[in-house]
Design a protein around this ligand. Sequence first.
Ligand code: GLY
Length: 266
Amino acid sequence: MLIAVTRPVSQSLAHCELTHLSRESIDVALAAAQHAAYERLLSSLGAALVRVPAAHELPDAVFIEDTAVVLDEVAVLARPGAPSRRGESAAVAQALAKYRPVLCMKPPATLDGGDVLRLGRCLYVGRSSRTDQQGIEQLESLVAPFDYRVVPVEFTGCLHLKSAVTAVANGLLLLNPDWISAAAFPTCEAIAIDDREPHGANALEIAGVVIHPSQFPRTRDRLVQCGLRVASVDCSELAKAEGAVTCCSLTFETSSAATQTVRTDA
Ligand code: GLY
C-alpha cells in the first residue's frame, strides 16, 4: 500500500523560514485549502493518508519532507538545517515508526530531506545552506548497510536540491538547468523547465502521475508532450513560503519490515 504522510498548514505559516524569496503576505486559510486539495489528489491516486498532528507553533511544519528520508528498509530522521525547524521531527518519527525502523541523525550534522533525491539505490544529496558535509557523511554511513550509495551534488539559486530537480519517471528528470547541471545525473534523461518558470522543476511522481504546480503551465506542457500524465495543483500560497509539491508529503510503500522501533544509537 502507498502511504503519504502529511502535516497540516500551521497558523503561523506567515513566519516561515525564507532563504531565496522575499516575504509576501500569505493567506493561511487559502494555503490550508490548497493543501487539502493536494491531500485529496494523493488519496485519489491511491495513497493512504497518515496525518501527523498540526504544530501551529512551528511555521514550516507542513513541509514534512524535510524532516526525514524514507527508504524501503528504513527511515532516517533528518536534523533540519534551520534551527526553527528542529522541533518538527519528533512527531514525524512517531508516525514513521509504524512503518519503518527509524534511525536518527545526530548533531551537529544537518540535512533537509528536500536535498535528497532518490534514484534507485542512489541518493543524490544537494550541498546547501541546510545540508552540510557532516549531514551528507552521516546519511551515507546510516544507509550504506542497506546498500544505498550517496552522491553529493552542487546546485545554486534555490533552497533545496529538489527545487532544482526531481524525478518524473524512471530515468527521467525535470530540472532547471540554470540551477543544476544535467551532467550530475549521467544515467538519466532530462526535461528542462520553461525558462520563464524557474520554480517549475519540483514535481512529485505518484502511481504514474506527475503532480505539478499549476503556476507553471508551460513546463506542464513540456511534461505532457513527453507523454507523461500530469495532475496540476495550485500551491501558490505554499510557494510564497518556499514550498512546493514534494515537500508537503513523505510517500512510500508499506513494508513487511515495518516495526514500532525508534533507534537513536545508530
Ligand atoms: N519555508 C521553507 C523552509 O525554508 O524550510
